[in-house]
Design a binder for this molecule. Structure first.
Ligand code: Z5A
Length: 206
């Protein structure tokens, strides 16, 4: 069998990552005969899950500054990559990620306007490690947030202004245009169409 692969699903909130992950997990299992190791970011290790709580909850008396937010995402990612993702790939197990580095480049680099800092931390912590395939589920922010809001209360990041998500989406698309491992899926379509597109992209790649 070919070398173990790291496949990542990315997208704004409400893009449909959860159902896409279930579909891709199934396709990966059919391909390899074994369920992939599934990760989520931020999170996926004991320490990284604690960091997830820190970045999601707003503290009225101690608002998280943009630089600290950025460092926390990379602290969580470094733990996950070193302790879970790389060891799994070394054992020959495929890995399916719910978000990875592209999220930091898009949200903190594009959305927060911290691209030079994000690129520097990314290079220093990941040292060139990246997914084999990224599926970016593209959805207009207003539609994604409307879908997310239907689920219930919005978290700290989901409460950002629409312009933040517009900048984030533009950055996702710009980065996808310059990297042929990132595949853009139109996630504003009905879910059945989104899933057909995911299936056809993955079937052509695997
Ligand atoms: N973040 C960051 O800033 N920097 C980083 O480096 C990383 C993350 C790694 C993580 O939150 C937050 O951290 C995230 C980015 C930031 N913040 N925001 N905002 P999370 O992990 O809790 O949340 P999420 O990743 O954004 O997941 P989500 O909101 O659950 O999005 P989703 O998984 O794409 O949504 P979904 O549950 O699949 O779909 C939402 C609803 O829409 C659901 O009811 C679906 O049935 C419905 N849906 C989905 N697709 C369709 C279609 N095609 N048609 C109709 N309805 C649909």
């Amino acid at each position: 069998m070919s070398q173990a692969k790291f496949i990542v699903i990315e997208g704004l909130e409400g893009a449909g990552k959860s159902s896409a992950i279930a579909l891709v997990k199934d396709l990966m299992e059919k391909q390899t005969g074994k369920a992939p190791v599934c990760t989520r970011e931020p999170g996926g290790t004991v320490l990284a899950e604690k960091i997830r709580d820190l970045v999601k909850i707003a503290e009225a008396d101690d608002p998280l500054c943009d630089e600290a937010e950025c460092l926390l995402f990379y602290a969580a990612r470094a733990q996950l990559v070193e302790n879970v993702i790389k060891p799994a790939l070394a054992r020959g197990e495929w890995v399916l990620g719910d978000r990875h580095n592209l999220s930091s480049l898009a949200y903190q680099g594009g959305g927060r306007g911290l691209m030079p800092l994000v690129k520097a931390i990314s290079d220093a912590t990941l040292k060139g490690f990246k997914p084999d395939i990224t599926l970016y589920l593209d959805v207009p922010p207003a539609l994604g947030l409307e879908r997310a809001a239907r689920r219930g209360e919005l978290d700290r990041i989901e409460q950002q202004a629409l312009e933040f998500f517009d900048r984030t989406r533009e950055t996702f698309l710009a980065l996808a245009a310059e990297d042929d491992t990132i595949h853009v899926i139109d996630a504003s379509q009905p879910m059945s169409e989104v899933h057909k597109d995911i299936q056809s992209v993955l079937q052509s790649l695997l």
